[in-house]
Design a protein around this ligand. Structure first.
Ligand SMILES: [Zn+2]
Length: 380
């Protein structure tokens, strides 16, 4: 089945009052696992990469400082892989750029074949955010590619996205933003937070979701809303990591609060931190179960030296070249790849079931990018 834009998935999610999890990955080996678990649970799949992930996929271990050409190479690699595997799959699959930073980088993703992009102009003055988003929409829609904008600022740190304090989305501006930019969906700030340290007393402002969607409906705008910074940071994974020698802490978004906002109009929920945590737990566990691998292992040494680190890119750097070349030639690396895949299965399955997208794959209209472009042009 097909490689599709985001819009048909958002439409179905909104109609059914469910949400799709959108899963951030950093390695080609994770793509197959994301698609497989969505096939088993019969949900459409959203695979997303942020710009630092594209630099990592482009071969730069210093991924936070990647160049545009490294990002372009990483984008090409991931787009080729996702397109190839989605053709062989029965479920609709989306490849989305998370937190696009500039028109240039978003254009690179679209040219590489992404079916959906985010342009994050949320740190700009309002009118500049509108102008940048509109410029991206014009380029993307001509090619059938969906666009997510952002209004309001989330606190927290994730890769190259950082803000000290949050500023909630103003629901009165949501309609204006959709009207002026014609974007398809909008990431709003309503109490979620990037990273693992979301605080022990998260209180989502569901009134912002309700008011935003009500304003949109009143104006007959079809836009949908997106929840960033929404990892659950499961307590069991934190304690497992720490019992295996790690030293991580954190609090996620309480599941019951997320489940409350889904039927109110949140159609896409981003999950990144949870995959990093589960991967790190799996890799620590693999060394515990296979102590032979710990001698002469650079990965193990990096993990031991940095017990607070749970971003697997940091300690998998010694194997980056092998992973990119897909030369999985030793038993330690074979087990690491399994650990990456198993983390994807665990976190995606949890989200697919919790957010309600289980069993909805075949309700999604399987539009190609060309068909979507015709719809945007008003020809269909
Ligand atoms: Zn985000």
């Amino acid at each position: 089945m097909p490689y599709v834009p985001m819009k048909p998935l958002s439409a179905v999610a909104q109609k059914l009052g469910v949400a799709h999890g959108a899963f951030n990955i950093n390695l080609l080996q994770q793509v197959d696992a994301v698609i497989k678990i969505h096939e088993k649970l019969r949900s459409a799949a959203i695979i997303q990469v942020a710009e630092p992930a594209t630099a990592f996929l482009g071969g730069n271990p210093d991924f936070l400082n990647g160049s545009l050409s490294e990002k372009a190479l990483g984008m090409k690699r991931i787009a080729e892989r996702v397109k190839k595997l989605s053709k062989a799959s029965r479920i609709p699959v989306v490849l989305h750029l998370d937190h696009g930073r500039s028109f240039e980088s978003v254009k690179l993703a679209i040219d590489a074949g992404f079916s959906s992009v985010m342009i994050d102009g949320s740190s700009l003055p309002y009118e500049e955010n509108v102008a940048l988003t509109k410029k991206v929409v014009d380029y993307a829609h001509e090619r059938g590619v969906s666009v997510e904008g952002e209004l309001g600022i989330l606190a927290g740190t994730e890769d190259d996205v950082f803000a000290e304090e949050s500023s909630y989305t103003n629901p009165l501006l949501v309609v204006d933003f959709f009207k002026k930019t014609e974007c398809d969906s909008l990431a709003i700030s309503y109490g979620t937070k990037h990273g693992a340290a979301k605080g022990a007393n998260v209180k989502l402002r569901k009134e912002i979701v309700i008011a935003s969607l009500e304003n949109l409906r009143h104006e007959k705008i079809q836009g949908t809303l997106v929840s960033h910074g929404s990892s659950l940071v499961p307590e069991y994974i934190i304690s497992e990591i720490n019992s295996l020698g790690g030293a991580v802490s954190g609090h996620g978004i309480p599941l019951e609060q997320l489940r409350e906002v889904i039927p109110l109009g949140i159609s896409k929920i981003n999950i990144d931190t949870d995959i990093r945590l589960a991967t790190t737990r799996n890799i620590l566990e693999l060394y515990k179960l296979n102590p032979d691998y710990t001698t002469n292992s650079q990965v193990y040494d990096l993990l031991k030296a940095n017990p607070k680190v749970f971003d697997y890119r940091n300690y998998l750097v010694p194997y980056l070249e092998d992973l990119l070349a897909e030369e999985i030639t030793n038993p330690e690396l074979e087990k690491i790849v399994k650990a990456l895949e198993n983390a994807i299965y665990e976190i995606c399955a949890t989200a697919i079931i919790n957010f309600g997208s289980v069993g909805t794959a075949f309700k999604v209209e399987a539009l190609s990018l060309e068909e979507m472009a015709e719809i945007y042009r008003g020809e269909k």
